[in-house]
Design a protein. Structure first.
Length: 472
């Protein structure tokens, strides 16, 4: 595993984040026309059940029709699907630029997790506006983002904007079920359609409200990926009337108890250090001091913060037992006991490294440990001063002085495929949500109507900024 480093990168990023005093003045709000367009697209998308069983074909058709009506040539509206999975189609839209550098790519998944109407207080598969909120499955994850990105691209087209480099938006399936048939499939089989110099993913990052106030904007620069192991003990078994100490269940249990007490080494990435340096301003006392220390690379301070499971997930790779299977009959000694162990790895860690550390933790040569679901390369996308400077400028053009910081997600998104393919990828969320009431995947999923309108303007400005001359 890599050693902790301080480096000039984190210092440069923090200097950029401290530039609130140089924030640009506010610009005009989104026009009624563009507001109506985004809301209409959101309504169309929410009315389509795009859970895996239903697929994304209907949503792709709706979006393609809108781009056609706006004057996008058919050659720049490519619909592709794995022939073996025709329900899971993608739409790749291109706004041609002046050829200055590799394209800017947006990742916008259309699929949603299923919703049971009987569990909701409003119909999940339609847009319901109530008390200043927009309800519907996928409103937050991520059809609200899809609508804002689509509306931004349509607005640029209407305004006659010609970007320095091509802007590509990939509306895809399957993110909620792993992404292998969506962005993963595009990277493997149609790289030429989405090959980019920079990737923005509105499904990652954080626009946060805390206690009713706009708190911060987090730019996702990295995420954990996961590898799954099977730990197995075996035994010759026998009759339950003659128990012996060499019991497969007891042996596996002892191994798992050692795992439960084990901690992977702390490793502080550039993103995590910059994240805590920025988050410290929201804390007080010892926690604030520890966050500031972590920003300077202090491992002991990180260990103190790691008493909280959320912080622990930020500073080290974690492994946890999630399923157990043992025995074959009530009246027989177990011949086999198995445990499923899922490990969430920090960027840069590998399956082989993690497996070797697990073997040390178990300290049981007889235990069989195999990979059942491998991960892939998971690099960090550098939070450079130039890149963070653009984010800060755009955020401050709408919300002067708002804290902007890099962040690492403990979960995974479609960015794992583009990062593994060598395309630097960053979060680009436009819809701010309440940290105390985040309803993605849950009952009565919703976004605030006025924040959705602001998000549309933000998505437009960010797209324009990152497709202009001189953008990273």
């Amino acid at each position: 595993m890599a050693k902790n480093t301080t480096g000039a990168l984190g210092i440069a990023v923090l200097a950029t984040l401290a530039s609130a005093a140089m924030a640009a003045p506010r610009q005009p709000a989104v026009s009624p026309q563009d507001e109506a367009t985004a809301k209409a697209i959101l309504g169309e998308l929410l009315s389509i059940d795009t859970s895996y069983e239903k697929g994304t074909v209907a949503a792709v058709q709706v979006l393609r029709a809108r781009f056609q009506a706006a004057g996008f040539p058919d050659a720049d509206l490519v619909v592709v699907a794995d022939p073996s999975l025709p329900k899971q189609s993608s739409l790749v839209v291109k706004l041609k630029g002046r050829g200055h550098g590799k394209p800017l790519l947006y990742l916008c998944h259309l699929d949603v997790v299923p919703a049971k109407p009987e569990d909701w207080t409003v119909p999940p598969y339609e847009l319901t506006e109530k008390d200043g909120w927009l309800y519907g499955r996928g409103s937050l994850d991520m059809k609200g983002e899809d609508a804002n990105v689509a509306a931004a691209l349509l607005r640029l087209k209407r305004e006659g904007y010609v970007p320095a480099r091509d802007i590509i938006v990939a509306f895809t399936p399957d993110e909620e079920t792993g992404g292998q048939q969506g962005v993963g499939w595009l990277v493997r089989t149609h790289r030429e359609l989405i090959d980019a110099g920079l990737v923005l993913n509105p499904d990652s990052g954080t626009g946060a409200f805390r206690n009713g106030k706009r708190a911060f904007y987090g730019v996702q620069t990295s995420e954990k990926t996961y590898v799954t192991f099977m730990a197995e003990t075996t035994n010759k078994g026998g009759h339950s009337s003659e128990p012996r100490p060499d019991n497969a269940i007891y042996e596996l249990t002892a191994d798992l108890n050692r795992l439960g007490a084990f901690k992977f080494p702390i490793r502080l990435t550039d993103t995590v250090r910059a994240f805590y340096a920025a988050q410290a301003r929201f804390e007080t006392g010892a926690r604030q001091a520890d966050m500031r220390a972590v920003g300077n690379g202090d491992v002991a301070a990180a260990e103190r913060l790691a008493a909280d499971p959320t912080d622990n997930a930020q500073v080290r790779t974690t492994c946890v037992t999630t399923m157990l299977e043992a025995g074959h009959a009530e009246n027989a000694l177990p011949q086999r006991a198995r445990a499923t162990i899922q490990c969430r790895m920090l960027p840069g860690d590998t399956d082989e490294q993690t497996q070797a550390i697990l073997r040390q933790a178990f300290a049981d040569p007889a235990l069989k440990l195999t990979v059942t679901r491998a991960s892939g390369p998971n690099p960090e996308s550098p939070p450079t001063a130039a890149l963070m400077g653009i984010y800060t400028r755009v955020v401050h053009s709408m919300w002067p002085g708002l804290t902007v910081m890099p962040s690492m997600d403990a979960g995974a998104s479609d960015s794992k495929f583009t990062r593994a393919a060598g395309m630097p990828s960053y979060g680009a969320a436009s819809n701010f949500f309440d940290l105390e009431d985040m309803r993605a995947h849950g009952q009565d999923e919703r976004i605030k109507a006025d924040r959705f309108i602001e998000g549309g303007e933000f998505a437009y400005r960010l797209m324009k900024a990152f497709s202009a001359d001189g953008a990273p």
